[in-house]
Ligand binder design. Structure first.
Ligand code: PBG
Length: 320
């Protein structure tokens, strides 16, 4: 007797019945870049289809995402000025603070998440305070906590620390509790690798480090056990959702983290992953839409509950 697995692939109806993984717009979180100024919707060259918005125009974009069924956005700020401590990141009238409150005014039910980090706001482009030529962990924690509280005050539903300093989840959690923001959650970039796949983002957010690199705080791509340790620590410190980043070169890590985590796991399909698909599609070398859908289902299949992706709007269209 021949075993014939092909019987389950005979037609679309059967294939759909036995499909193991499904993708939904409800899985998506769309990242958006907000810049100072007014009336902006400027294309980001290295990320075709993505834009720099100003506070007024980002509201319209959020409305479009919401009406296509996408429940959530992640905001990155590109401030007007930078300094050594990234002080524009916690200003009450800062770019992200204003964007959050405008979006929440128009779309109270949309889940608004803010990236908490200093690199977009510091003149040296590192994710923390520089002391003796190095990024100082503990003094950075205080500033991250202040920034997170200012986002919560503006109405953010979740804050998402992406700096990879040790102890930042507990420091932010404490600050939120002390400020009475007990309902504000933490989506922690728990497992963030030092990756060349962030290239287009750093151009878009103007956040490339002015000297050195981020290998002193982001993780070594060769390490897998360390990912579990980072995930465990952030869960213990009070994260509500943990994230693995980037997604595609780290699907094994997404799976490993999914297996030990009792809280939701997100994966960040980052700028470089997006840009490569767009570039190859523009050259006519791949079918960009099909590759996009295959990538997204692979991230889901690996175990991600949520996917942060620049493809969110386009994929929502495909999903119908
Ligand atoms: C840091 C941050 C980065 C990304 C998200 N948050 C860049 C970095 O660590 O250098 C990358 C996102 C992407 O590449 O899409 N605030």
């Amino acid at each position: 007797m021949i075993i014939r697995p092909r019987r389950l692939r005979r037609n679309p109806v059967i294939r759909e019945m036995v499909r193991e993984t499904s993708l939904s717009v409800k899985d998506f979180i769309a990242p958006l870049f907000v810049k100072y100024g007014k009336g902006r919707k400027e294309p980001i060259p290295s990320m075709p289809g993505q834009f720099h918005f100003s506070v007024d125009t980002v509201v319209k974009e959020a409305e479009e995402l919401w009406s296509s069924g996408i429940p959530s956005i992640l905001l990155f700020g590109v401030p007007e000025y930078k300094d050594s401590t990234g002080s524009s990141s916690w200003a009450e009238d800062g770019i992200v603070q204003r964007a959050v409150s405008e979006i929440k005014n128009h779309l109270p039910d949309m889940v608004v998440i803010t990236d908490v980090c200093l690199c977009e706001y510091t003149d040296h482009g590192h994710c923390g305070i520089i002391k003796n030529g190095d990024v100082d962990n503990d003094s950075t924690l205080e500033l991250l906590a202040i920034q997170a509280v200012s986002h919560a005050k503006a109405g953010a539903d979740f804050v998402a620390p992406s700096d990879m300093m040790d102890g930042r989840v507990s420091s932010i959690r404490n600050a939120l509790e002390n400020g009475n923001f007990t309902g504000t959650g933490i989506l922690s970039y728990a497992v963030k690798y030092a990756s060349a796949f962030y290239g287009p983002f750093r151009e878009a957010a103007d956040s490339a480090p002015g000297f050195g690199d981020r290998r002193g705080y982001q993780m070594d791509p060769a390490n897998a056990l360390e990912a579990l340790r980072e995930a465990e620590l952030d869960i213990e410190e009070g994260a509500d959702i943990i994230m693995v980043k980037p997604a595609l070169p780290y699907l094994d890590i997404v799976r490993n983290v999914r297996e030990i985590s009792l809280i939701p796991v997100a994966a960040y399909n980052v700028s470089g992953e997006y840009a490569m698909v767009k570039a190859a599609d523009m050259k006519g070398w791949i079918d960009g839409k099909k590759v996009m859908m295959e990538m997204l289902i692979s991230i889901k299949r690996a175990g991600a509950d949520l996917i942060l992706t620049y493809f969110a709007k386009e994929a929502a269209l495909e999903l119908g």
